[in-house]
Design a protein around this ligand. Structure first.
Ligand code: NAP
Length: 246
């Protein structure tokens, strides 16, 4: 079934956290939404049903963004079920921090494969498959500006995402496609909260002048803006959404 009545948004890593809230937001903005996940099939399917029951078009699509083959299959599946993609949100990510000296080769590869290679895989596919006038919204992190100890590999992988964003924005010349990145500060999701003490969490919450953690909705609203018509003159930018943290 191909439906060109509504535009199509693909949100990677949308089974939970920021991505799930982005999927809800873009659905209520009028997009048909593809909810990508790697392993959380139940959560992704539940979200798709929730959106369908609310009258939206939504599908859950399994793909490890680190795999070029999975990503190609994901685009094929979305095109067959919803139509060609207009908005690509590269939200999938992991956060496993440790001092560089103790970092394993495996974790280095996993972090770079999901963030840098994952963004590369989906953007390379998008280069030929995104509709003209589309939007690409990548995910960096405000930690790139903080240079926190323990975060070296995570930060380096997100710095790579920022570079990919800025160059790809120029390579999309002639297509009327904008390419930007959102760089959140700490957001109250499993990724951020997992393994931290209450004191550690509160220390992060006090850091920005707005004195709270970000909520997924804070970030979803920024993505909604970047995915919509009001942001058409914003291109090749890294938008730090963090309450003034850095
Ligand atoms: P989260 O709650 O842990 O959710 C991560 C999502 O990514 C899940 O849906 C997960 O699905 C998916 N995912 C992980 N590996 C994947 C892969 N290889 N392929 C496809 N999907 C994959 O994380 P979050 O806090 O919402 O973070 C979302 C993004 O924001 C990340 O890029 C993160 O780096 C960035 N960010 C977050 C914060 C924060 O404080 N939360 C701050 C700055 C930046 P499965 O379970 O199915 O794998």
């Amino acid at each position: 079934m191909t439906n060109r009545i509504s535009k199509v948004a693909l949100v990677t890593g949308a089974s939970r956290g920021i991505g799930a809230v982005i999927a809800r937001q873009l659905a209520s903005d009028g997009f048909s939404v593809a909810i990508n996940y790697a392993s959380s099939a139940t959560e992704a399917a539940r979200l798709a049903v929730e959106l369908q029951k609310a009258g939206h078009q939504a599908i859950a699509v399994k793909a490890d963004v680190a795999s070029a083959e999975d990503v190609r299959r994901m685009f094929d599946e979305i095109e067959a079920q919803l139509g060609k993609v207009d908005v690509l949100v590269n939200n999938a990510g992991i956060l496993k921090v440790m001092p560089l000296a103790q970092h394993s080769d495996e974790l280095f590869d996993q972090t770079f494969n999901i963030h840098a290679r994952g963004t590369f895989n989906t953007m390379r596919e998008a280069a030929t498959r995104l509709n003209d006038g589309g939007r690409i919204i990548n995910f960096s992190s405000s930690t790139v500006g903080l240079n926190l100890p323990g975060y070296a590999v995570y930060i380096a992988s997100k710095a790579a995402v920022e570079s990919l964003t800025q160059v790809f924005a120029k390579e999309m010349r002639g297509r009327n496609i904008t390419v930007n990145a959102v760089a959140p500060g700490p957001v109250a999701t499993e990724l951020f909260l997992h393994g931290k003490s209450e004191e550690h969490i509160q220390n992060f919450a006090r850091m920005p002048p707005l004195e709270r953690l970000g909520q997924p909705e804070d970030i979803a609203r920024v993505v909604s803006f970047l995915a919509g018509p009001d942001s058409e003159w914003i291109n090749g930018q890294i938008l730090r959404a963090n309450g003034g943290l850095v």
